[in-house]
Write a protein that binds this ligand. Structure first.
Ligand SMILES: C[S@@+](CC[C@H](N)C(=O)[O-])C[C@H]1O[C@@H](n2cnc3c(N)ncnc32)[C@H](O)[C@@H]1O
Length: 269
């Protein structure tokens, strides 16, 4: 496990996935009944943009820093939870900010040091349970949640050779065990072959799937993260148009020449 999110916090991929995550969370909170969020690859909860890892890559300068400067109205909810400052929120902190007292967050993190850091970070919040365990395995073990409403957020580092197969298998289990829940999975875009293969799998095995993409430059170099997408299964009502507005706000600020963004239906309702 070499991946450390501290090097990438606040980059263009975080901006896309987190802006959409915040909308999904706000949507969950519109109904009074309790909801549960399962964050399968949670990280450490918050990231120091002045720390050595963030300084080494400077990726956040071409991500969240640009959004702070442009401040597009369509991203107001996200930016209110990720305001200018030295600390960038990870998914656990964004989720905690949107949860109500009767909602629950289950975080899984497989890296022992990161899991311990996340447990310390969340220890004062009684709504949060932190597990040092494989998030894919937790999908099988912990779903459905008692609340029967909620969101599964899957944000893997794509270090494993079988990550796409494991992701699709986890989505199938989650869909089967938690049919009422929405599922959101982050996917890197380096070149299009693996993305197209995943799209084919989703189209043939699932219903009701949308993919929201943002790419900064044409995805032609397999070694370089050109962009990313958030795949959402069983999206809440209104997600498609909200995602289109979020992408339309992100693209002019984050994309360079040959860049763009798209909301595509990968599987019919
Ligand atoms: C992209 S980062 C997560 C970032 C976080 N979701 C956020 O938005 O702030 C991926 C995390 O997954 C962890 N990880 C890798 N494989 C895992 C697995 N099988 N189960 C749970 N966590 C895993 C890594 O240690 C890393 O912290």
């Amino acid at each position: 496990m070499n991946y450390r999110h501290a090097y990438h916090a606040g980059n263009h991929a975080d901006c896309l996935k987190h802006a959409l995550l915040v909308w999904l969370l706000r949507s969950l909170a519109r109904k009074p009944a309790a909801a549960t969020v399962l964050d399968t690859h949670a990280g450490i909860g918050a990231y120091d943009l002045t720390g050595p890892e963030a300084l080494a890559t400077g990726e956040w300068h071409d991500g969240i820093a640009r959004l702070w400067a442009a401040n597009p109205p369509a991203l107001a909810e996200y930016l209110s939870l990720a305001p200018p400052g030295p600390t960038y929120p990870g998914s656990p902190d964004l989720i905690r900010a949107c949860l109500r007292p009767h909602d629950r967050l289950i975080c899984c993190e497989l890296h022992a040091t990161d899991a311990a850091a996340l447990r310390r970070h969340c220890r004062a919040d009684p709504r949060v349970a932190v597990h040092h365990r494989d998030g894919y395995e937790a999908v099988r073990a912990l779903l459905p949640p008692a609340s029967r409403r909620g969101l599964v957020f899957i944000d893997p580092p794509y270090e494993r050779a079988d990550e796409y197969e494991t992701l699709v298998a986890a989505l199938a289990v989650a869909r089967h065990r938690f049919a009422a829940g929405s599922l959101a999975a982050w996917v890197p875009i380096k070149h299009m072959a693996p993305v197209n293969a995943l799209r084919h799998e989703i189209a043939t095995r699932f219903t009701d799937a949308l993919a929201v993409s943002l790419w900064r430059q044409p995805p032609t170099d397999p070694t370089r993260l050109a962009g990313s997408l958030l795949l959402v299964l069983n999206p809440p009502y209104g997600f498609e148009s909200a995602a289109a507005a979020i992408v339309a706000a992100l693209v002019p600020v984050l994309a360079g020449p040959g860049g763009g963004g798209l909301v595509e239906r990968w599987a019919e309702e």
